[in-house]
Design a binder for this molecule. Structure first.
Ligand SMILES: Nc1ccn([C@@H]2O[C@H](COP(=O)(O)OP(=O)(O)OP(=O)(O)O)[C@@H](O)[C@H]2O)c(=O)n1
Ligand SMILES: C[C@](O)(CO)[C@H](O)COP(=O)(O)O
Length: 246
């Protein structure tokens, strides 16, 4: 319980893993000997502010998820595993409908982002209690081009204003419910949760995340994921690097 708030987390894990081209759902692939989803859930289970976790899984994987992830790794805060939908947005909405009746702060996170830092989870809860809506993200490193249908460049927006949105994306319960209901009513599908809130004219605050908080999407990301777990200390302990915090 965070200062009289009841904090719920929705972990979206019901995607198709098409870009991974794997025979199993990518969240069940192991990195460092544990399924990706287990790594993700551990981060939220550890957070002192989190009261409950709802996992959204594909309909035919709900049972597997309960047995092989939740029970096997003994996650105490996971209250429900519910079935997902066609789009990520449909899956998250199913999660929203399953929240504890006391919930007033909701964090929505991709099951495929196992490297979320505890600090960013805590900042998301604190930021949401203060501002109502927050998104974890990072400044983009590349120059971004807006292109047209024929692939010619239309323009180059000012990079200083462009951040890549990650998850968690966190909201006061009333705000996210209003945003989802409005999107459903209008037939609007966004690529993240924040978009649904932004379109109502509600202010969303950005929280500085980390470049490690990758979404495991394509096979190459598994190589990055393994090396983030194994080689990080070796690399960052080299004398060329002076990092203040990890
Ligand atoms: N209908 C969907 C689609 C996505 N997700 C979840 O949302 C997160 C982000 O989606 P993405 O990485 O794009 O996963 P997939 O949809 O599985 O990937 P792809 O588009 O390659 O099939 C993932 O943890 C995924 O499981 C979900 O719960 N329900
Ligand atoms: C929500 C998200 O992870 C923010 O970056 C992203 O938009 C999900 O998009 P996807 O196409 O479903 O991976």
């Amino acid at each position: 319980m965070y200062k009289n708030n009841y904090v719920s987390v929705i972990i979206a894990a019901a995607g198709m893993s098409n870009r991974m081209r794997s025979s199993v759902n990518k969240q069940f692939i192991s990195i460092d000997n544990k399924p990706i989803l287990t790594h993700t859930l551990e981060k939220f289970e550890k957070c002192r502010y989190v009261d409950e976790i709802i996992v959204v899984a594909k309909e035919d994987e709900v049972d597997y998820c309960k047995r092989k992830i939740i029970r096997r790794f003994n996650f105490k805060k996971v209250s429900k595993v519910v079935k997902g939908g066609r789009e990520r947005q449909d899956s998250v909405y199913n999660g929203l409908l399953a929240l504890n009746e006391n919930c007033n702060i909701v964090l929505i996170h991709d099951g495929a982002r196992p490297f979320i830092k505890l600090k960013n989870i805590e900042e998301s809860v604190e930021g949401t209690a203060n501002y109502g809506a927050c998104v974890v993200g990072v400044p983009v490193k590349d120059t971004i081009k807006i292109i047209q249908k024929d692939k010619s460049v239309l323009n180059t927006p000012d990079r200083n204003q462009i951040w890549a949105a990650q998850t968690p994306q966190s909201f006061r319960y009333d705000i996210i419910m209003k945003a989802y209901r409005s999107a459903i009513y209008d037939g609007f599908i966004g690529t993240d949760d924040s978009m649904l809130v932004e379109r109502l004219g509600i202010d969303v605050k950005m929280i500085l995340g980390s470049y490690e908080n990758i979404k495991i999407t394509t096979p190459e990301d598994l190589i990055v994921a393994e090396s983030l777990l194994k080689d990080k200390e070796v690399i960052f302990n080299r004398k060329e690097f002076i990092f203040q915090s990890r």
